[in-house]
Write a protein that binds this ligand. Structure first.
Ligand SMILES: CC(C)(COP(=O)(O)OP(=O)(O)OC[C@H]1O[C@@H](n2cnc3c(N)ncnc32)[C@H](O)[C@@H]1O)[C@@H](O)C(=O)NCCC(=O)NCCS
Ligand SMILES: Nc1ncnc2c1ncn2[C@@H]1O[C@H](COP(=O)(O)OP(=O)(O)OP(=O)(O)O)[C@@H](O)[C@H]1O
Length: 197
């Protein structure tokens, strides 16, 4: 089974590219979505987050705006949150691998792949990238985003140029979606993965 990691900095297009692989039949593990699920109503991280960051949960779920306010811009607090979250994500990832034991390839969308030194578990690393101005414009267009939040998340992330230098493949997402999709198809062909559609 080929283990493919997809990474890239905030707003570079990971989710969009992961969806293209999923449409082509490659099962996708989404680390951010897994975090959201583990932090949602009834999720296993809620009580532990409330204990460490009092007042950041409401009605049995993590209030992500409150949690973001408690950790962003405070490196020690963010590290404490990550120490709770990352082992739980890793556990879910193992379950995902077991449940797709017969797939020829799996794709893992992992924003902090390099930052958490997780790259060694993968055969192939794809980095999504775009010029900084495009990245910034995409992120700032999101609701609930502020310049401070963008900078605080970016500060925790390895510079894009370093990520690109470590990639087996770089997908440039500065063009239109069909140009991005063509790059996805080229990489699949290069890896010998037959698309389902
Ligand atoms: C800090 C939190 C509360 C902010 O939540 P919010 O809904 O406002 O933002 P969202 O999760 O959509 O993140 C926006 C972008 O920041 C990136 N990001 C998330 N956590 C981190 C982090 N610890 N360091 C750097 N970037 C991060 C995401 O990958 C995404 O690109 C939330 O991201 C969180 O719980 N993070 C800790 C878990 C973590 O480390 N996740 C990274 C992937 S496993
Ligand atoms: N050619 C392109 N390829 C990919 N995304 C594009 C392209 N053109 C525009 N976009 C837009 O850029 C945005 C990229 O957001 P996306 O959620 O995929 O990034 P991300 O890296 O997953 O973000 P985050 O790190 O915050 O999770 C989307 O709104 C997408 O529609």
């Amino acid at each position: 089974m080929r283990m493919i990691a997809l990474t890239g900095s905030i707003g570079m297009g990971k989710s969009t590219v992961a969806a293209m692989f999923a449409r082509a039949g490659v099962p996708v593990f989404d680390a951010d979505a897994t975090v959201r699920r583990l932090q949602s109503d009834g999720g296993p991280l809620v009580a532990r987050i409330e204990e460490r960051f009092p007042g950041t949960t409401r009605d049995g779920a993590v209030d992500r705006d409150a949690l973001a306010a408690a950790v962003l811009g405070k490196p020690d607090e963010l590290a404490a949150l990550e120490a709770l979250v990352h082992p739980a994500v890793h556990h879910e990832r193992t379950r995902f691998i077991v449940s797709h034991g017969d797939a020829p390839a799996l794709l893992f969308d992992i924003p902090l792949l390099f930052e958490t030194h997780g790259e060694h578990a993968f055969d192939t690393i794809i980095v999504v990238s775009a010029p900084h101005d495009i990245q910034r414009a995409r992120v700032m267009a999101r609701t609930g985003m502020s310049a401070e939040k963008f900078e605080a998340l970016l500060a925790r992330q390895m510079p894009d140029s370093e990520k690109r230098a470590r990639a087996d493949f770089v997908i440039d997402t500065s063009g239109d979606l069909s140009t991005t999709e063509a790059q996805v198809r080229d990489i699949m062909a290069c890896l010998g993965i037959t698309p389902e559609s």
